[in-house]
Design a protein around this ligand. Structure first.
Ligand SMILES: O=P(O)(O)OC[C@H]1O[C@H](O)[C@H](O)[C@@H](O)[C@@H]1O
Length: 528
């Protein structure tokens, strides 16, 4: 396509939202009119599915759940007055609580104010708060946030070391929708012990965000934690950033949560329009469908050209991959759907993997996120007439063009500034695009059956560990792996047993290993 035709295509497909100052450009996805026409019936169905979902349909049939994250930013849409009231009350509760924490009306037993937050949670209970903290927290927030989003002992130590002089003024927010996920449970137990070790009463620091009556909720209530905030059954973990999960940490860091909600609401209104060209989420879903043939054949490389949006791709990774990565469609056919997502930021990644993007395997499409405002003040000139921000902008344009020349497609989203309003809108845009795409490919985008398999397998390994330890403790002499497996009645688990024992030995957990590590068959183990 020559330059004039391309410029025309750009203008023909450009989406602009005046209220948000938000642009979506899919002109560099090389679909044609016939493709758009062919997709129209599927799009119509997606619009109808979304309207039903917003009206309270059981849009997550496997879990028999409604899908209500859109109600969070417009409680008037909630299907019952009770749900509306729950949402309104929760935002009020968050604001009131944050105000009292900031003013010192609620303060730790031995200090005038809380200074830090340790946020414990994983998956949807971590990625949104992490993304928003990186994008929006002020440089000197009223409370500094630290995350424990794993069960890595060294990771827990790192956070505890960072706050070691301020533990007596550090809040702990435990976030878990189910209230039973092992990783946050482990982090909570370790932190409780750490607080006790400093003679601090953990309950004066601990806050739970969880579904009412979950295991975590019952623990928080029976132990008398500082506060609890509800998660709602009808909000999925990966779409929970604009529930208490994201709003409480944000409010405590001094981020304007009403502006986040307003930005999301404005975007929701825009993505409710049942017309492709004036609906930015439908445009994204169409682009994704085109690029991967509706089968996820191409990966989504997300490249925000702004440091503060670094964690957006990580956040999207869960939103997109856990929603769309499904074995079966809604009719039970095996489809193996999904779209792989990766990326960090530009121009940094140009010096890492953009070489492959331009010249290597053409198995992706890029999404550039452009931020018009370089910084809040003015910029010095680096060269005559050029600032650092001009370079960043030039690199984005250059890479987009260089990819296009090599038949590598891209989408470009342009926002005026990174602020609570635009971040709320970005979250809402992608939530809706994922919902639309789920409809286009006829899958349930709101469950995650595949995650359970790994959790179950891990539980089996931990049970096996108990058995194996018992075998070693009862043994009089060092035993080879085959015998341990036999005695533990787990001959089909010999490799797992070997790995359990190697790990215990490496951590001086009462296991001695002898023999040649290069030949696991030669090893013997004993309890010490
Ligand atoms: O919030 P939680 O119930 O602790 O769940 C945390 C995460 O873990 C699960 O395994 C799911 O796959 C995620 O969707 C969820 O966000």
């Amino acid at each position: 396509m020559d330059a004039a035709a391309l410029w025309q295509r750009y203008q023909d497909w450009l989406y602009y939202h005046a209220g948000l100052g938000f642009y979506v450009d899919i002109s560099r996805m090389r679909f044609d009119d016939a493709f758009v026409e062919g997709l129209q019936p599927k799009l119509e169905k997606a619009f109808a599915d979304m309207a039903a979902l917003e009206a309270g349909a059981i849009a997550n049939p496997d879990e028999n759940r409604m899908v209500g994250h859109y109600w969070l930013r417009d409680p008037d849409l909630a299907p019952t007055p009770e749900i509306k009231q729950e949402i309104v009350a929760s935002v009020d509760q968050i604001e009131t609580f944050a105000r009292k924490i900031h003013s010192g009306a609620i303060h730790p037993p031995q200090a005038p104010r809380y200074t830090d937050i340790i946020s414990i949670g994983i998956g949807g209970s971590a990625l949104g708060p992490e993304f928003v903290a990186e994008a929006l927290a002020p440089d000197f927030p009223p409370l500094a946030i630290h995350f424990i989003d794993n069960t890595d002992p060294a990771g827990i130590d790192r956070v505890l070391t960072r706050v070691r002089n301020r533990l007596n003024s550090t809040l702990v927010i435990v976030i878990s929708k189910s209230g039973g996920t092992p990783e946050p449970r482990n982090g909570t137990i370790e932190l409780k012990a750490a607080y006790a070790g400093h003679n601090l009463d953990f309950t004066k620091y601990a806050i739970a965000i969880t579904t009412p009556d979950s295991k975590l909720d019952r623990q928080a209530k029976s132990e008398g934690w500082l506060a609890t905030f509800p998660m709602f059954d009808w909000v999925g973990g990966r779409t929970s950033e604009l529930s208490a999960v994201g709003l409480l940490p944000a409010a405590l860091q001094g981020i304007d949560i009403r502006a986040m909600l307003a930005g999301a609401k404005e975007m929701d209104v825009a993505t409710r329009i049942a017309d492709l060209k004036t609906n930015p989420a439908a445009l994204l879903a169409l682009g994704w469908y085109y690029s991967g043939n509706g089968r996820g054949e191409k990966d989504m490389v997300v490249l925000p050209y702004k440091d503060s949006l670094l964690l957006f791709s990580r956040y999207l990774q869960q939103l997109v991959m856990e929603s769309l990565g499904k074995e079966k469609d809604l009719d039970g056919n095996i489809v193996h759907q999904g779209i792989a997502v990766y990326g960090n930021k530009g121009s940094t990644d140009q010096h890492a993997y953009v070489q492959q993007l331009r010249e290597g395997v053409p198995n992706f499409f890029a999404t550039f996120i452009e931020v018009l405002e370089d910084r809040s003040g003015s910029s010095p000139e680096i060269d005559p007439g050029a600032t650092a921000g001009d370079y960043l902008s030039g690199f984005l344009q250059g890479t987009r063009q260089a990819l296009y020349e090599k038949q590598r497609d891209s989408i470009t989203i342009t926002i005026p500034q990174v602020n609570p309003h635009t971040v709320g809108a970005l979250i809402a845009l992608y939530e809706r695009a994922v919902g639309f795409y789920g409809s286009l490919v006829n899958i349930n985008a709101y469950h995650q059956p595949g995650v359970e398999a790994g959790k179950k397998a891990a539980a089996v390994v931990l049970d096996l560990q108990k058995q194996v330890l018992q075998v070693l403790q009862e043994a009089k002499t060092p035993l080879p792996l085959a015998q341990i497996a036999e005695k533990a009645a787990a001959t089909d688990q010999i490799e797992a047993i070997y790995k359990i024992l190697r790990h215990l030995q490496a951590n001086r957990r009462g296991v001695t290993m002898q023999g040649d590590p290069a030949h696991p068959d030669s090893l013997t183990f004993s309890a010490n």
